[in-house]
Design a protein around this ligand. Structure first.
Ligand SMILES: NC(=O)c1ccc[n+]([C@@H]2O[C@H](COP(=O)([O-])OP(=O)(O)OC[C@H]3O[C@@H](n4cnc5c(N)ncnc54)[C@H](OP(=O)(O)O)[C@@H]3O)[C@@H](O)[C@H]2O)c1
Length: 308
């Protein structure tokens, strides 16, 4: 893939396989020459990732009650727009077996970029989680393996390095989702130079832009974003409030897109993960990637809008 856009052929292949859930990805897309959401480079590799992905926790945890259909449906919407990134975290063997069946569906398996995590104490148990994900997701090679919330990272990191050297993990990284962990994250990034830094960032939780995002850019790391909606509490804060008319100046139609476009306007961000069980929400969220993004002055205005 070259440039910000996918080729027309790749996009049409995506349309055929995912099913035409929507008549057009975004009304302004054709006008702007966009045929799928933009992609950004994983620094220094030439590989590009679409800028919106799925944080799968909620639909995966609902598998026991809801089955895999809602999860499959949100992934189909993501693919429909040219998205690829699915972030995961180890769950029970039964849940991950069913999740793995979705990830291994012939029409999906080679189109997804699957990010896995280690979130346990002790090196041995971290290795067991890696084997669990490889086996149940049917992927001897995981696209990205991350140590979640830096938990026991000193024990796990040498193994992640080894998996990368052996080709079992294409990329390795670490995550945080709370500002209280940003100092540790910064120190880890400086010392170990992970391929991916995965951090919390939104129009309300803006702290990552102070040090972590500039550092990732300086050091040439890819960046995944979690909590663009603060796990849903963002929507309580904006409930009942009218979206400012000036949001139309950067092609923003909803409050969800307001936070996502704020995040995507940061040049260090590679891909923002949004977690949802709803195809409508997935569609709304991924559409944030089309069209214009706010500039610095507008970002200040956006922060002020929600601070007031
Ligand atoms: N330490 C870590 O590594 C870490 C920590 C947290 C998160 N994460 C990653 O980040 C992902 C995102 O999780 P998050 O906590 O950051 O969640 P989030 O995306 O900030 O918020 C998810 C919540 O927002 C709702 N939502 C999504 N789109 C919406 C829309 N357009 N309109 C209204 N409601 C909407 C969802 O409910 P509906 O189902 O109703 O849409 C869900 O309750 C996780 O799945 C995980 O992959 C990683």
């Amino acid at each position: 893939m070259s440039g910000e856009q996918r080729t027309r052929r790749e996009f049409l292949v995506g349309l055929g396989a995912a099913g035409a859930l929507l008549a057009s990805p975004w009304p302004g897309a054709a006008m702007r020459g966009q045929e799928g959401i933009p992609t950004r480079e994983i620094p220094g590799t030439g590989e590009r990732l679409p800028v919106v992905g799925l944080g799968s926790s909620k639909p995966v945890l609902e598998i026991p009650e809801a089955g895999t259909e809602p999860l499959r449906a949100v992934i189909d919407v993501l693919l429909r727009h040219g998205g690829r990134v699915v972030d995961t975290s180890p769950r029970s063997a039964e849940i991950d077996r069913q999740f793995g069946q979705v990830l291994q569906a012939p029409e999906l398996r080679d189109r997804l970029f699957v990010a896995a995590k280690i979130n346990t104490e002790g090196a041995e148990s971290g290795v067991a989680q890696m084997r669990h994900s490889q086996r149940l997701f049917g992927r001897p090679v995981l696209d990205l393996v991350q140590v979640e919330s830096l938990r026991d990272v000193d024990a796990h990191w040498p193994n992640l390095r080894e998996w990368k050297d052996r080709g079992e993990a294409r990329y390795i990284g670490v995550t945080v989702s709370n500002v209280s962990a940003h100092d540790r994250m910064e120190a880890f990034m400086r010392a170990e130079r992970p391929d991916f830094a995965h951090v919390n960032y939104s129009v309300v939780e803006t702290e990552s832009e102070e040090r972590l995002l500039p550092l990732a850019a300086d050091m040439g790391m890819a960046v995944l974003i979690n909590r663009p909606f603060m796990n849903g509490t963002y929507f309580s804060a904006v409930r009942g409030r009218a979206l400012p008319a000036w949001a139309a100046e950067f092609d923003c139609e909803t409050w969800a897109q307001f936070s996502l476009k704020y995040v995507l306007a940061h040049p260090a961000v590679t891909c923002v993960l949004t977690e949802t069980t709803s195809t409508e929400h997935m569609d709304e969220n991924v559409r944030a990637a089309y069209g214009r993004l706010p500039d610095q002055a507008t970002k200040r205005r956006m922060r002020a809008e929600l601070a007031g």
